[in-house]
Design a protein around this ligand. Structure first.
Ligand code: G3P
Length: 218
């Protein structure tokens, strides 16, 4: 399973990259706004800055919601860097745009996916990645992980090549379950990635090893 970081924060992207386990980055308009990146030129420059840190796929989301607008924006984004993946919302014109980009050889990430039916449409359109939002489903008392399981089963049965990119990940357990249920990629905030490190027995064991070593070597 590939690890992407879900942020537009350059320091966090660098920190995850320095761990040596980072395969890519996903952003969305909310994450860009959170970093204070506003205005078309600044947004484009920020995507290039991200691509210069991580040698892996970087999802850049279109703002338009009509076919023509999405195509124009997506082509501009894709031309920025070979690692850019155009992120397109799961709406009717979004599916048309994904099919168009697929024909043009432009890679896509279909976002805001909450049902298996949406996942089938995106795969038919040739999306490179599909982003089911686990945490937002859990937030409304639906089972986000069940969706990952269902999509993984459907894609395996049908032989779809679209990669399942588990998104809206909130904690380390989401990462573990996404891996267990067949996600190809997980995109998560830095704290969820770092949370995978933690176990009290590791801390206790290390303290013991160091204490024993110090005692034996004084
Ligand atoms: O990038 C899309 C997704 O990961 C958003 O996550 O936490 O805002 O639901 P969240």
């Amino acid at each position: 399973m590939k690890f992407f970081i879900d942020t537009a924060n350059l320091d966090q992207i660098r920190e995850a990259h320095d761990l040596g386990i980072l395969d890519g980055v996903t952003t969305n308009p909310s994450l860009m706004a959170k970093e204070g990146i506003t205005g078309a030129e600044a947004v484009l420059k920020h995507y290039v800055d991200i691509c210069n840190i991580v040698d892996g796929d970087v999802s850049a989301e279109v703002i338009s919601t009509d076919f023509k607008g999405m195509v124009e924006e997506g082509e501009k984004l894709a031309a920025l860097h070979e690692n850019i993946v155009v992120k397109v919302p799961m709406i009717k014109d979004g599916i048309k745009a994904i099919a168009h980009f697929t024909n043009q050889g432009i890679r896509t990430n279909c976002t805001l996916v909450f049902s298996p039916g949406q996942a089938i449409l995106a795969a038919k359109a040739g999306a490179t990645y599909l982003s089911p939002f686990i945490g937002r489903l859990d937030d409304i008392n639906w089972d986000g992980m069940e969706l990952i399981k269902q999509i993984a089963e459907i894609y395996a049965v049908q032989g779809y090549e679209t990669q399942i990119l588990a998104a809206s990940v909130r904690n380390p357990l989401h990462i573990v379950k996404a891996a267990q249920f067949g996600a190809d990629v997980v995109t998560c905030p830095l704290n969820a990635i770092l949370g995978l490190l933690n176990h009290p027995l590791t801390d206790i064991g290390l303290a013991q090893f160091l204490a024993d070593h110090a005692k034996a070597n004084k």
